[in-house]
Design a protein around this ligand. Structure first.
Ligand SMILES: [Zn+2]
Length: 228
């Protein structure tokens, strides 16, 4: 016959087993959070491609398409800084980053300028900046460690995207560039900004306006996010 002590012991074991397994499950099920930032929107059109279509339309279409392509991925949660044609200023975008705290921010733009011959995609990743010795001494937290992590993660993602976009637009990549990204200025978040092609190059413009190419770009970026 079971006495009270034995029952308590068995209950204890059951409870700890339950805690152990559920803890395990939540660790395995931790989702990566991705924030996609379709640049411009609403009053801010960005570069005009023709009288009906501007940069803001193309960035939104590609962003929505990426979200749709990743909807069934259980280990990913995808957010957008805007999901319609509305004005979102820089502070709003930064507020989204602070609120959502994504594992990765992907900004989408269309390039322009440098004459008609400039073409191809371009990838930018943020410069998180070296701290001065004085700052390092003053910082009691792990800021410089976090900066390093963000820098490495951004570069790692930029390389993955470069590979997938190169497969799509051979010999068209203009490479990776480290630059100050206004949207991540002062924030610690792994980020890549994709300039999808040049609106000022006739061939690129035709591609950017084609729904097929927009889908292909979205697929290349969705694939990159999955392997990140
Ligand atoms: Zn832009």
């Amino acid at each position: 016959m079971l006495d009270k002590k034995k029952i308590l012991l068995i209950l204890g074991i059951l409870v700890s087993l339950l805690i152990f397994t559920s803890g395990d499950l939540s660790a395995a099920g931790k989702k990566k959070i991705i924030l996609i930032d379709p640049a411009h929107g609403g009053k801010e059109q960005g570069i005009k491609l023709n009288k009906d279509v501007s940069e803001k339309d193309i960035t939104l279409r590609v962003a929505l398409s990426i979200k749709q392509l990743l909807a069934k991925e259980n280990n990913l949660e995808v957010f957008l800084t805007r999901d319609s044609d509305k004005t979102v200023d820089l502070d709003d975008r930064k507020d989204s980053i602070k609120k959502i705290k994504p594992d990765l921010l992907l900004s989408l733009h269309v390039n322009g300028g440098f004459g008609k011959d400039a073409s191809g995609f371009e990838l930018y990743y943020p410069e998180f900046g070296e701290e001065t010795v004085k700052e390092k001494k003053a910082a009691k937290d792990n800021t410089s460690e976090l900066k390093n992590k963000c820098q490495n993660e951004s570069l790692r993602m930029a390389k993955i995207i470069q590979g997938n976009m190169n497969a799509l637009f051979p010999r068209k990549g203009r490479g990776l560039r480290k630059a100050d990204l206004p949207v991540t200025d002062g924030l610690l978040v792994p980020a890549v900004s994709v300039e999808m092609g040049f609106a000022t190059n006739p061939e690129d413009k035709k591609k950017l306006l084609s729904v097929n190419t927009q889908t292909e770009i979205a697929k290349a970026l969705a694939k990159s996010i999955k392997s990140f």
